[in-house]
Write a protein that binds this ligand. Sequence first.
Ligand code: SF4
Length: 411
Amino acid sequence: MTSLEKIIHLAYQSKYECTNDKSRAFTDFDFSKIETLGQGTKHDMCTLSSSPRIANRSEILQDVDRPINFHSFTTTGCSVLLFKTLFTNYCTHDCKYCQNSTEYNGHKKIYSYTPEELAKVTISLYKRNYIDGLFLSSGINSDENTTTEKMIETIKILKERYNFSGYIHFKVLPGVSYEYIKQASEIVDRLSINIETPNNNYLSELSSTKNYMKDILKRQNFIKKLEFKKKLPYGQTTQLVIGACGESDFEIFNRVIREYKEMMLKRVYYSAFNPIQGTPLEKTSEQPMWREHRLYQLDWLYRIYDFSEKEIKIAFNEDGFLNNKDPKLQIALNTLDSGIDPNEASYEELIRVPGIGPKSAYRIINFRKRNNIFKREQLLKLGVRIKSASPFLKINGAEYIKIDNWIESNS
Ligand code: SF4
C-alpha cells in the first residue's frame, strides 16, 4: 500500500470512531477528495526536494512525488511528518503553471473540505501517530478572506476541540487581509506565501490576476511585522517556481537575497517547473531537477556558509545561469590559487574548501588545539571529504596535488 492509500484507508477506518466525537461527520464523505486535495499540493514544498547531500535524481523524485506525507525540516533540525493538503482545489486565480487555476477548471473535479471534515481527517491520522502535523494550503473559493476564514476554523477545531498539538504550516493566500494573517499567526507554527517568480514582470507573464507587490510582498511584510510582535515559532518561508518563464538563476538569486534580508525569511524553497497537461504551459519544457538542486546549494552557501554575494556571483555564467556543477567547487577554483593549511586556516577559510563543511571545520579547529595535522587520513576522521578537499589543501607545506594539475586531470 502506498502512503496515500494508507492514509485514505486509515481515515476510512476512523469513519465512525475518530476522536471521542460520535457525530459521524464522515457520513456521505467522498474519500476521493483526500487523494485529489493531497495531490494538489504536490508542487508546494515545505522541505528540500534536494539537499546538498542528495544528488541522486531517483532519491530526489522519491521525495517530491510523495504528495501527502512529507518530511519537513524545522529550524531546530528535527524532522516532522506532515499531512499535506489543499482546503479546496478551486481557484479564482489563473496561474498558468498550476493545476488548481481557473484555466484548468474544465479538466478537474472540484473538491473542498468543510473545516469539520478536514479537522477530523487530520486528527484521525495524528492520534494514530501517522503524522506529526499539518501543511495546509488552498486554492481560493469565492474570495481569499472567506477561504482563509475556513482554513482558520479548521485549525481552531483541531486545537480547541481535539487538543491537537502537532506542527502546523499554514499557507497565506495572495491578497488576504491583515486581520486573517494575524489570526492565523496566533495559532500556527509557520506561515508562508509563495512569491513564485523573481519580480512582477515575470509574475504577470504567468498570471493576469495576481499582483506581485500588493498580493504577495505586502503580505510577506505583514507576516514579518507579526513575527516581530509575537514570535511565530518557525517563522516565514516562501517558494519559487523555477524556469516557468525564462528567468535566470541570477535573477532568482537576487530576489532570494532580498527575501532573506528584507523579509527575514527562515527558508526559501525551489520547485523546478514541471508542465501539467491541460494547463496553458503544457508545452513549455520541463526544468531539470539539477537546476533546483544547484539553487539549493547556492542558498546553503549563502545562509549556512555565509558566503558573500560577490563570491556567489562567481558561480553564474555570463547569461546568469548555473551549470550543473557544484557551485562551491566553481567558486573555489576561481578564488583559491594554492592549498590552504588546515593547521593554520581560520574557520572562514576552511569552509571555503570543497569537502569541508561547518561541522568538519569546527572539528579541525578543536582537533588542532591538541594535535598537529600531518596527514590527510586525520582529516578523513574529522569528516572531511578528502577527494574533494585534497587539491585545495597543503598539509605542513606539502600539497597532495596542485590545483592547476588537478584541473588538468579532471578536464
Ligand atoms: S493562486 Fe495558488 S492555487 Fe491559485 S492558481 Fe495561483 S498558484 Fe494555483
